[in-house]
Design a binder for this molecule. Sequence first.
Ligand SMILES: C[S@@+](CC[C@H](N)C(=O)[O-])C[C@H]1O[C@@H](n2cnc3c(N)ncnc32)[C@H](O)[C@@H]1O
Length: 179
Amino acid sequence: MAHRSAAVHALGIQDGARILDLACGTGINFENLITVNANGWLLGLDYSLGSLEQAQERVKRNRWDKVVLGLGDAAQLPFANNTFDRVLCTYALKAIPLYQQALDEVQRVLKPQGVFVVMDAALSDGMTRFLNPLIRWMARGFFYAIDRPLINEIARRFQDVQTTEYDFGYTVVVVARKE
Ligand SMILES: C[S@@+](CC[C@H](N)C(=O)[O-])C[C@H]1O[C@@H](n2cnc3c(N)ncnc32)[C@H](O)[C@@H]1O
């Protein structure tokens, strides 16, 4: 999907970086991340063992030797302060129950001047907003809290927040920097 590569591009990765793919699921972002960070490290964390097993298959199949997978809770990250150069989180912050704690944790584990990119679903305020009730109903079926004020919550913790909308506003990419 083009938005995924846009989100990875927005990280502004310099090869050799230490990257966290937060709530990585089955590792769908890995290929894009490794393409721009062949000599760096990628840590994929999720709390679903089933998803991580699929991610592990993907890593094995592609012989990516600089990818490490971890089982853990985004709201309680098992990493020291200032560990990562970049953090990516796609389609997860509206699914993580304690998402505000997860944002605090990203702020803690990101290095100063590190970049945080979020891609997530949103509701439209454009011409297609009449579809919002349908989108909200579908999101609820996936335990997805689509109304969460992610951009405000990110802006409370990070600097230089920039947003780009895709799909008539139904997808948003947020780029932010730690002070
Ligand atoms: C919709 S999936 C998105 C996966 C992947 N980032 C993507 O873009 O396809 C949401 C993911 O968030 C993970 N997740 C939800 N709550 C979590 C938490 N507290 N800690 C870690 N992962 C969590 C789920 O296990 C799931 O893999």
